[in-house]
Design a protein around this ligand. Structure first.
Ligand SMILES: [Cu+2]
Length: 166
């Protein structure tokens, strides 16, 4: 039955393609973290450094812990910090783009629960390339109060931590 064989071959090829796409992520995400929230808080930010292998655009994201996830920019307008949603964030090939407090971030809105420090949050980023082809990167992001491994001086609240050494 040649037709049946052809169908099976097509299915196998599709599976191989999917597996390959998972191992060769189009974007590397480093130092990802989500800022912990307090009870009643409706939104929080996710931060990371993204490096795309080929030019891509971050066009959206989703997470089971948030009703809405947007790509945001925070910047100073006059002397007021304002946040706005971006239709997309360009990731030039091979260039590290930093998403950090006070700058670009992924905004989790309509939080469905409190995000406790040291828990983890699934976050899927969506990209398109120059031809409009879509890709995704699924992350599991640690929740923290401040940026993990922040450079000395970057975290102003270190003073309150005492002298615990592990
Ligand atoms: Cu925001």
């Amino acid at each position: 039955m040649p037709l049946r064989h052809a169908l099976i071959a097509t299915a196998a090829l599709t599976l191989l393609t999917a597996a390959h796409a998972q191992t060769a992520a189009p974007v590397e995400a480093r130092n990802a973290w989500v800022r912990a929230s307090v009870p009643g808080q409706s939104g929080t930010g996710a931060f990371m450094t993204l490096t795309a292998r080929q030019g891509l655009r971050l066009v959206g994201a989703s997470s089971p812990v948030a009703g809405v996830v947007e790509v945001h920019e925070m910047r100073l307008e006059g002397d007021v910090m304002r946040m706005r949603a971006l239709p997309g964030l360009d990731l030039p090939a091979g260039k590290a783009v930093e998403l950090k407090p006070g700058g670009y971030h992924v905004m989790l809105l309509d939080l469905k629960s409190t995000l406790a420090k040291d828990s983890r949050v699934p976050l899927t980023l969506r990209f398109t390339d120059a031809r409009g082809a879509a890709s995704e990167l699924a992350l599991t992001v640690p929740v923290a109060a401040t940026a993990p491994g922040a450079a000395p001086g970057a975290a102003a609240d270190h003073a309150g931590h005492g002298a615990h050494k592990h």
